[in-house]
Design a protein around this ligand. Sequence first.
Ligand code: BGC
Ligand code: BGC
Length: 630
Amino acid sequence: MFRSHRALSLTGAFALLAVLVAAFILLKLVSLLLFEVDRPLPPPENARYRDASVDLEVRVDDLLAQMTLEEKVGQMALVEKGSVLEFNDVGRYGIGGILSGGGGKPDPNTKEAWSTMVATFDVASRISRLGIPVLYGVDANHGHANIPGAVVFPHAIGLGAAGDEDLVEAVARATGEEMRATGIRWNFSPALDLPQDIRWGRTYEAFSDDPVLAGRLGAAYVRGLQGETERTDVLATLKHYIGVGAMHFGSSHNEDYFIDQGITSADERALRTEYLPPFQMAVGAGAHAVMVGLNRWGDTEMAASSHLINDVLKEELGFDGFVVSDWYGVYDIPGGDYHAAVVAINAGVDMVMLPFEYRTFIRNVTKAVRAGDIEETRINDAARRILRAKFALGLFDTSTSTPLESIGSDPHRALARDAVAKSLVLLKGEGVLPIKADTTLIRVAGSAADNTGRQAGGWTIEWQGVDGNVLPGATSILAGLQAAVTDESRIEYSKDGKFGDEDIADIGIAVVGEAPYAEGWGDMPEPRLSAEDLQAIERLKNVSKRVVVVLVTGRPLILPETWDTWDALAVAWLPGSEGAGVADVLFGKKTFQGKLPLPWLRDAAQLPINLVTGTANGTAPLFPRYFGLK
Ligand code: BGC
Ligand code: BGC
């Protein structure tokens, strides 16, 4: 009885053990099926990659050696912040980068909320097995302008008109400081696009259509943003690789656009002589990232071009940073999501701006490696390039953020005001200017005179920009003029130019131009002044002895015939938050220095314009590139 009881309990114990072992094996199998690999343990606290005194490449090697395939693929994912499904996903999937697209702001949109938002994603990444910090990226292409209160610098076309490398370097450095105050270390700038057609809505994001000027200023921007010490301050991204700005009108694959996301002729000669040089110069300045465009090179999507990415950029130019694709661009490659990711990664794309679905992407790419569609060495190379940038930023080490007060600081405003003054181009009116500060009566009119949103243009607070006086701390051009005159002088303002006509003003200043736009929304068949602005100029002319027209515009506009009745014409481009820089020059505190960064056309029949072959119909532009009166 006793024996049999013992025997029974022994059998029972064995059975229990067998059940436990079977359950364990089953669980293991299920977990292998679900997660594909066995999760290794976290490395020790003193792992070499965590040691700031170890050589960067050794740290990268050490970290890579500890990473699973999924973790490496996770680094290749760049996700829009609103698309992160769960806080824990950042660490669980080891997501490499998170971005705010244009207008991708926290609620409320304050600098404090930005820094909390970015810090939250940072923490989410650091609690992962390997603690690899996530990179946060934004388009701070004219200052950290997603944030109300940040200093908004002139858009690149204005900096191109100023043509001053030291200025661009300082602007980029100040932008980087404002970014770091919110914990952001990655800027999707500078754009090295060469706009050959002013109908394109991104003309203002480029410095010039001259590859050498674009390259010089692009390199200066990289130096200013990244800094020149061993530790990189903020990553620069050269974009959009390549041939962007030379797409054919009407070729966009987006049915609402005309040019943006269109087709560039696959012209190897132009590639060498025009499109490549600016990238070569800025790669030479040490840029850590290059973004491939949403254009097609002939019939190939840029993100699919192994020739242009692997052979030309990485091999020929020796670019050892990482290549990031543009917004959803990889999925423009036909053949389905799996195939598109395979093609782009094999073509040399290292980080994919998905920007939405990351779980499927990581699953697909991991599967592609297991199926032999992507070599694991390619994944190692991509992860290595991304991690190298993260180590260069010191993300694994102590933080180098700047105080929140640097956002919108006085020194940055002074710098921006100076940039505005340097970017002004005088096309007509020698002798009319400068205006005397004690002029008895000055009348001001036009849609852009008292509108800081228009001054700032696209990529300000919202993707498409904001219309109206809504930028805290900004100075409108009108306010700048009012502050520039003496007590003996009177300034009257009417947006529409409707003044009482009892007395004639000594001078009228019409500040007119474009409403904000970004990307393809700004593609326009004939960029011109609005009827309202033309009417305001006419009304102003009737009540002023002389009229000075100031254009607030992202591109050269086709001028109306009446322009020869204007006494003076100056271009302020998209000057940003510091409108007082315009008055500084109009009132002679500073002189006109800007030169047209691209030719100014007479009419649309001259489009597109080409650096080598000139205007489309062979006629001379109204003003050539580099024109500008003193
Ligand atoms: C633009 C890029 C930009 C990205 C992220 C894209 O649509 O083409 O220039 O960096 O969005 O906002
Ligand atoms: C985003 C932009 C992006 C664009 C692309 C917008 O919704 O805010 O950053 O460039 O989509 O189409």
